[in-house]
Design a protein around this ligand. Structure first.
Ligand code: ADP
Length: 377
């Protein structure tokens, strides 16, 4: 099948045309600076129109069979990929408040395609679905039950498509059947999440009700004392100001001034104290969570790094693993420096468990899930 995969970020839209039989990428592109003015697309609907225009020649030769969307928040309802209709789109739209950086973009993209190609099957692949196996002791917050029943306030987890894909590839690399595989998987991109894998399933994950919980991210704070938000509201900050502050002005951007890991590492190497502190905070927080998840899974068989920082930043991996000596985990200096698109082992031979770098491919996973839904599997 030929699937157009749409992966919308808050201000960007990545697209790929994938052939699920050959795994070939027939076309791909990125539209960024969406909604940032300067002649760029005003919103994700306009960006989708640009994608359709860019693909015109390609699709005239070989038409699409389906469109697959990465949808960030599936709430309580969606536990697997679904064929989209108007009712499903409205349901995704109702979840906008839970993922304010992402779900509105998905809805605009879905509607733009429905308007342009009314008969095209569209499938939503939810970032939350893989985490539906979380046990209640991991997903429930210690707040009144009423809030769960009335608003669905619970932990959902995100990056599920990536965690699932990477877990499968890591098990394969180690020659372990995935259903018998325990691991800790670190997805370190602009968004950051850690997942505890037991028997191939997600049993805990660092993002919660929204993608804001957990680790230090590019522009998101991760865990903070919730009383800070109440305090700030009493100082006169609006809910919108606090939302923007936590989602867009925090994390590495707040600590250093820039959320690009390369810039932070370069600055730290040049003696910039703020950059060094930003790296210390981010790696310290991540190492604490890794230790916790090692316990949660009853002893991980591997620690796995993926996504932009996890795959590419040897410096950040080294910083994190240097804090794990109590677990007997050690990198191999030379292996850690190797740059590759292949899954690989980067730990020392005497490391207690292997450390892996496994490139994620959310587009491949979404294309395969989309094809399966359209075939009715
Ligand atoms: P997103 O969550 O937006 O998909 P990515 O997975 O692409 O993010 O990761 C983005 C992050 O990866 C940025 O912090 C970027 O600096 C970092 N990154 C990308 N390439 C490299 C590299 N070669 N070295 C260090 N960091 C990198």
């Amino acid at each position: 099948m030929r699937v157009l995969v749409i992966n919308s970020g808050s201000s960007s839209l990545k697209y790929q045309v994938r052939d699920t039989d050959t795994n070939e990428v027939a076309a791909n592109g990125l539209i960024d600076r969406i909604g940032e003015g300067a002649g760029g697309p005003a919103d994700h609907g306009e960006a989708m129109d640009q994608v359709a225009a860019a693909l015109e020649d390609e699709l005239a030769q070989r038409p699409l069979d389906a469109v697959g969307h990465r949808v960030v928040h599936g709430g309580e309802r969606f536990s697997e990929p679904v064929l989209i209709n108007n009712e499903i789109t409205r349901s995704i739209e109702r979840l906008n408040p839970l993922a304010p950086l992402h779900n509105p973009a998905n809805v605009l993209g879905i509607r733009a395609i429905a308007a342009k190609w009314p008969h095209m099957p569209q499938v939503a692949v939810f970032d939350t679905a893989f985490h539906r196996t979380l046990p209640e002791h991991a997903w429930r917050y210690a707040i009144p039950d009423e809030l769960y029943r009335q608003y669905g306030i619970r932990r959902y987890g995100f990056h599920g498509t990536s965690h699932q894909f990477v877990t499968g590839r890591a098990a394969e690399l180690l020659g372990v059947p995935v259903h018998a595989f325990n691991a800790v998987v670190a997805h370190l991109g602009n968004g950051v999440s850690l997942t505890a894998i037991q028997g191939g399933a997600s049993i805990d994950t660092s993002m919660g009700f929204t993608p804001l919980e957990g680790l230090v991210m590019g522009t998101r704070s991760g865990d903070v004392d919730p009383s800070i938000l109440i305090f700030l509201q009493r100082q006169g900050m609006s809910a919108q100001d606090i939302d923007t502050m936590l989602n867009k002005e925090s994390g590495l951007k707040a600590l250093f001034g820039d959320n690009d890991m390369r810039a932070i590492v370069d600055a730290a190497n040049a003696g910039n104290a703020r950059a060094t502190l930003a790296l210390e905070i981010a790696s310290y927080r991540l190492a604490k969570y890794i230790g916790g998840y090692h316990v949660a899974v009853g002893g991980a068989q591997a620690l796995v790094f993926t996504a932009g920082i996890g795959e590419n930043s040897a410096d950040f991996r080294a910083l994190v693993v240097s804090r794990l000596s109590a677990l007997g985990v050690k990198l191999d200096g030379a292996a850690n420096l190797v740059r590759s698109r292949e899954p690989r082992v980067v730990s020392a031979p005497d490391s207690l468990i292997p450390v892996l770098v496994v490139p994620t491919d959310e587009e491949q996973a979404i294309a395969e899930a989309t094809a399966a839904v359209v075939r009715g599997e």
